[in-house]
Design a protein around this ligand. Structure first.
Ligand code: HSE
Length: 441
């Protein structure tokens, strides 16, 4: 049998500990599959005495992950610390520059420094694998990097954050409040160290930026993603969506348009009977529209220790199976020097349907004034309903007017809502939620 593949793991949190456990319990099975053993020879974590339910007494301990990357006797550096800056960034750079293969689950790091890291890996002829960075255990990186080679992709969209999908699902199904659902997601180990990254959409944006690069062959452009999180989605919005035949999901969408590529993350209404609407809880899903293959939807566990560790394991097995002299494929699907610059399509030119919910005073002419503003801005309405606000306990019982538009430009919707705001009959903040065209069941 070929010499064992020696790995060093930096970060022994939920994912690191799960990986360590699986590598030990599946040791023989993996050795058989890969033709060589995979052995953890070194680890790095902040607190050595913490009980993680794993026995690390026989592996070298490095308090500093950069030291682990620089000095440990390893072939692969596995980075499971997270964060776009140091120590993760410095440690991964050090490992690549030393000629080590790297496996990472760090979406923020790749979203910021993906092109530079890919270049470093290419220079040294090593693998930079990051399946776990996007959509947890779903093999979407492999699908884009390998299986869909030669396809031209027009749109890729998905539920990329388990925490948000878990929260929205429980709110919808159990009528629970936002804070309670978030707490539970944190307890289950789905959420980021700072859950603001999840609920404000940044985690989804990082993952989307990586997918966009792989799908469209462009440089990773995380700063060019339009981002709205789910913090202002209320039970009232979820109920209204329900009645209109929609579910609200936090989607990441990247789409080729005539003026460039749209990258957007926002709460989105999808038809209740569409496949993506059925994706509940911590489950993630990615739909890829490709010209040769057609439409592909992948769905599976998007967060949590075992699911993420499963993706890391697949990446490690690929490295274990690769033989010396084998030409490794580039990290971002094509050589870094061949990635095209990213051209952003302006959000104002986005075209789609919109759900607009307006809390208004209950007086003659308001309904007509709203309809007039829509017409003035060239917005065609699919439906318009007015209903009393059931939760309104104020002295003045207002109404909620809900509009659903046909496909229209974002700029027109923004202009209409701003004009309505100026007309003086709104009694609360307007809610605007985009509707996405999806595949039906
Ligand atoms: N916090 C992330 C999520 C973990 O909830 O999906 C996986 O990246």
């Amino acid at each position: 049998m070929t010499e064992a593949l020696k790995i060093g793991i930096a970060g022994l949190g939920t994912v690191g500990a799960a990986l360590f456990r699986i590598l030990s319990s599946r040791h023989n099975m993996l050795a058989e599959i890969c033709g060589r053993e995979i052995v953890v020879t070194a680890v790095s974590a902040r607190d050595r005495s913490r009980d993680r339910g794993i026995d690390v007494s026989n592996v070298a301990w490095f308090p500093d992950p950069v030291e682990l990357a620089t000095r440990a006797d390893i072939d692969v550096f596995v980075e499971l610390m997270g964060g776009e800056g140091d120590p993760a960034h410095g440690a991964v750079k050090a490992a690549l520059d030393r000629g080590l293969h790297v496996v990472t689950a760090n979406k923020a790091l790749l979203a910021r420094h993906g092109v530079d890291l890919a270049e470093r890996a290419e220079k040294k002829g090593v693998l930079l694998n990051f399946e776990a960075a996007v959509a947890g255990g779903i093999p979407v990186i492999k699908a884009l990097r390998e299986s869909l080679t030669g396809n031209s992709i027009t749109r890729i969209y998905g539920i990329l954050n388990g925490t948000c999908n878990y929260i929205l699902t429980r709110m919808q199904k159990e009528n629970l409040g936002f804070a309670e659902c978030l707490k539970e997601a944190q307890r289950l180990g789905y959420a980021e160290a700072d859950p603001a990254f999840d609920i404000e959409g940044h985690d989804t944006a990082h993952k989307l930026a990586i997918l966009t690069s792989l799908a469209f062959g462009t440089k990773v452009a995380a700063d060019e993603v339009y981002v709205e999180g789910i913090t202002n989605i209320s039970i009232e919005d979820i109920r209204a969506a329900d009645e209109l035949g929609y579910r609200i999901k936090l989607l990441g969408v990247a789409q080729r348009t005539a003026s460039g590529i749209e990258q957007r993350v926002h709460p989105t209404m999808v038809p209740t009977h569409s496949m993506i609407a059925q994706v509940d809880g911590v489950t993630n899903a990615v739909t890829i529209e490709a010209d040769i293959l057609g439409e592909l939807m992948l769905s599976g566990p998007g967060a949590g220790g075992d699911a993420t560790a499963s993706a890391v394991l697949g990446d490690l097995a690929d490295i274990a199976k690769a033989r010396p002299g084998h030409q490794h494929g580039p990290a971002l699907g094509r050589p870094a020097a061949h990635l095209e610059p990213y051209t952003r399509a302006r959000m104002q030119s986005h075209e789609g349907g919109y759900f607009i919910s307006l809390k208004v005073e209950d007086r003659i002419g308001v309904f007509a004034a709203i309809a007039a503003q829509m017409a003035k801005n060239g917005i065609s309405l699919e439906s318009i309903v007015q209903r009393p606000r059931p939760t309104d306990t104020s002295e003045f019982a207002g109404k909620t007017v809900i509009l659903v538009t046909h496909a229209t430009m974002e700029a027109s919707v923004r202009a209409a809502v701003e004009a309505i705001r100026g007309e003086g009959y709104l009694t609360g903040e307007p809610q605007v939620i985009r509707i996405e065209r999806t595949r039906a069941n």
